[in-house]
Design a protein around this ligand. Structure first.
Ligand SMILES: C[S@@+](CC[C@H](N)C(=O)[O-])C[C@H]1O[C@@H](n2cnc3c(N)ncnc32)[C@H](O)[C@@H]1O
Length: 254
């Protein structure tokens, strides 16, 4: 049995390859953001005519196993037909068994330098598998967040952190039980599950990101503002606009 890298009453985090460290398979719900299989390189350095990541300054991919969809699909095959919410991009095949698709609209994302006539401002979230999602009121399929993406990246210390409030919204719609995130990254799923009082099991391949997760979990334990409750009325009104600075929902469209 693998020893957890971190553990508290609700959170268990393993450092390792989720295809080898498989304790997460004992969970009830999968909520995860795997490598998208797009060889994402972070920042396009058009001035030099090449794509280069500012953080790695080289050819190394900022997200491990992002060369194709193999690791995502192996994880989903191991998970089977149980309830899952999985992030992805329209540029690659949706996972088998996708029953519904949500859109995460990154309203706060600045376009940056580009020659393209279009700015990609959204990612997809696939609802997969059996189980009855909890739905006091239906969630609209476009979930929008307002935070500055570049600021959250540098503050968190991971290239692709998801907003914790967004992860809370998703987890709340999932069936009861322990949450699994085998691609934990900077720990947004772990923080969100713990905020909601749910057990969660995470795995992260890179130790530098495990360190980020532990730092965020320990900071959050003392950050009572981040735990301020969102009222049930607000939660059920259906169109969340998250403010990542406060962790609270900011504005609500009718
Ligand atoms: C898109 S990121 C997840 C970001 C995360 N949702 C967040 O909010 O920070 C995917 C993560 O999966 C990790 N990863 C890639 N292959 C893995 C594997 N085989 N086992 C565990 N983690 C893996 C990467 O190191 C990366 O941190």
């Amino acid at each position: 049995m693998t020893t957890p890298y971190y553990q508290d009453d609700l959170v268990t985090l393993y450092h390792g390859d989720c295809l080898e460290v498989t304790d997460w398979l004992t969970a009830d719900v999968l909520v995860t953001d795997p490598p998208y299989g797009i060889r994402w390189s972070g920042v396009a350095n058009y001035a030099r005519g090449e794509r280069q990541d500012r953080r790695t300054q080289g050819n190394e991919m900022p997200i491990a196993n992002d060369g194709d969809l193999t690791v995502r699909d192996e994880v989903l095959a191991a998970w089977g037909d149980r309830p899952a919410m999985v992030f992805g991009t329209w540029r690659r095949e949706r996972p088998r068994g996708t029953r519904h698709r949500l859109v995460w609209w990154k309203r706060g994302q600045a376009p940056g330098p580009t020659r393209s006539p279009f700015v990609l401002q959204d990612e997809e979230i696939y609802v997969i598998g059996g189980g009855r999602p909890r739905a006091d009121s239906p969630l609209r399929s476009v979930l929008s967040t307002e935070e500055s993406r570049s600021r959250i990246v540098s503050e968190v210390g991971h290239p692709t952190p998801k907003p914790v409030g967004l992860m809370e919204t998703l987890i709340e719609r999932c069936p009861e039980g322990t949450v699994a995130d085998p691609f934990a990254g900077s720990g947004a799923t772990l923080l969100a599950a713990r905020n909601l009082g749910r057990r969660v099991i995470g795995v992260e391949l890179e130790e530098r990101y495990c360190e980020v997760i532990v730092r965020r979990l320990s900071q959050q334990a003392f950050d009572f503002s981040a735990l301020e409750p969102i009222t049930p009325e607000v939660r059920s009104s259906g169109w969340p606009h998250h403010d990542d600075e406060t962790g609270l929902f900011k504005e609500w469209a009718s």
